[in-house]
Design a protein around this ligand. Structure first.
Ligand SMILES: C[S@@+](CC[C@H](N)C(=O)[O-])C[C@H]1O[C@@H](n2cnc3c(N)ncnc32)[C@H](O)[C@@H]1O
Length: 271
């Protein structure tokens, strides 16, 4: 399928069949989970967008960071696999270009100076090399790939609580939808994929779930909603109650819930 022209001189070819993309609730994303983009500010600084540069924001969600990059004078194109996210981004930032597309095989007509991505690459883990290859093809030689994603061990207490609750309820092991690589693994993929890795950081980032009164259960509903599809409502309530009980000792503080995020942040340059 050919996507709509994002601007007069831009033609993007996007993948039509995107079976592994989960459904996002764009309406509640910025309210309860706005911390995802709020934590992206240092990544925009690492990108260091310059006036006039052409930049792709891959997995742009509702466009908050796309707008931040544009405010620094760059021409930004936000690409996301979720039509609901793109619809909200277009409504919030009508002056910016957004398009539905798949990180695993998007194609651009004119090369870009940089591809930026916050909290999205771990959702594209079924084909990480295809994502890296698409990004490389989208960049001019010397172009930057600057991104942050979940790293190995990300949300380990949360996901352990989910697996245990599922098992206790007699359900098969949940098919968790993420790819959280080690720094060595992802650096190897980048190098094999035609990039020179300039910076690679791997760090704990405990993250308050301030807008999630129901703690781990709210997090599961937003980020692992695909696991709940087709389960009866009473079973979902019981599962999520148990997830909260199991996760609480590790993640519940007097001040509220704290998710155990681990991040991989990198800046690489196209050879
Ligand atoms: C946690 S959100 C992050 C959104 C945004 N970058 C931010 O910082 O708020 C992850 C985004 O990745 C998108 N996504 C997941 N898989 C994708 C794929 N294969 N291609 C493009 N976007 C994808 C989702 O639709 C979602 O909007």
């Amino acid at each position: 399928m050919r996507g709509r022209a994002a601007s007069e001189c831009e033609l993007i070819i996007v993948r039509y069949d995107t079976p592994s993309l989960m459904t996002w609730n764009a309406r509640t994303y910025d309210g309860g989970f706005g911390y995802v983009s709020a934590h992206g500010a240092p990544l925009v600084d690492l990108l260091d967008p310059r006036p006039g540069e052409r930049i792709v924001d891959l997995g742009c969600g509702t466009g908050v960071l796309t707008a931040e990059i544009a405010s620094r004078g760059a021409h930004v194109l936000g690409i996301d696999g979720s039509p609901a996210m793109i619809e909200k981004a277009l409504a919030q930032y009508p002056g910016l270009d957004f398009i539905v597309g798949d990180g695993r095989d998007f194609v651009v007509a004119q090369p870009y100076d940089a591809v930026f991505s916050n909290a999205a690459l771990h959702w594209m883990g079924s084909e990480p090399d295809a994502v890296i290859s698409s990004v490389r093809e989208a960049l001019a030689p010397g172009g930057r790939f600057v991104a942050e994603m979940g790293g190995a061990g990300n949300c380990a207490a949360l996901t352990a609580a989910v697996s245990t609750a599922w098992r206790e309820h007699g359900l098969p092991d949940p098919d968790l939808p993420w790819y959280f690589p080690t720094p060595a693994e992802y650096a190897g993929r980048l190098e094999k994929g035609g990039f020179v890795v300039r910076i690679l950081e791997y760090f704990d980032r405990p993250t308050p779930l301030d807008e999630c009164p129901n703690g781990a259960a709210d997090w599961v509903r937003m980020f692992a909603g695909s696991l709940l599809h087709q389960l009866p409502a009473e079973l979902i309530e019981s599962l999520l109650r148990r997830v909260n009980e199991l996760a609480a000792p590790a993640l519940r503080r007097e001040t509220g819930w704290m998710a155990d995020y681990v991040r991989l942040r990198f800046a690489a340059v196209r050879r």
